[in-house]
Design a protein. Structure first.
Length: 190
């Protein structure tokens, strides 16, 4: 699967989960034990704004350290609209020229476009799964996207990069669906 297609599909998949999240669920717990649903939404929206800035090589509209929360409540009264705005900006930045192939300066140091796209797609997909799990929505991913993201994760996530934000991989049955295998690899438990 092409990098942009995987990113676009991840963003669209998570958008549906964001749309399916009700205001009454915003204080519900999530698989990310330190975040409730509102905080998780803020992280995902902040990640998209960060991706916009990193792919376009400009200062972030809403500064946020990777893996953290933005200083402001980006979800606001309409998380789906806030997500859609950030998603449009991130996709536009990723789709410009050589954004997916050139080197980018990130808070974690210089990063090639394919790695930046891979980590951003992984973050959006996994936190989409977290949001679906927290809000009782289906979390099944497109098989091609799940395979693409799992393949990237298996190459990029090492024992050294897991701690402290990513839990240890969990075992699943050999024939488990790709979505379950990805969630388990990222330390999630359904």
């Amino acid at each position: 699967m092409e990098l942009f297609d995987a990113f676009d599909l991840a963003v669209a998949s998570t958008a549906e989960i964001v749309k399916g999240t009700s205001a009454s669920q915003l204080s519900a717990p999530t698989p990310c034990s330190e975040w409730d649903v509102r905080a998780l939404l803020n992280h995902v929206i902040g990640t998209l704004w960060l991706a916009d800035a990193l792919f376009a090589d400009h200062e972030p509209r809403h500064p946020m350290a990777p893996g953290r929360l933005p200083a402001a409540d980006l979800a606001g009264a309409d998380p789906a609209a806030a997500y859609a705005e950030a998603a449009a900006a991130a996709l536009a930045a990723a789709g410009q020229g050589d954004a997916l192939t050139r080197l980018h300066v990130t808070p974690l140091g210089e990063m090639p476009g394919p790695a930046l796209a891979g980590f951003t797609t992984l973050d959006i997909v996994v936190h989409g799964w977290d949001l679906a799990t927290a809000t009782g929505q289906p979390a099944d991913l497109d098989g091609r996207m799940a395979a693409h993201v799992l393949g990237f994760a298996e190459q990029a996530i090492t024992p050294q990069t897991r701690a402290p934000r990513i839990g240890p991989a969990r075992t699943v049955p050999a024939g488990a669906p790709l979505t379950d295998r990805l969630a388990a690899f990222m330390g999630r438990q359904a």
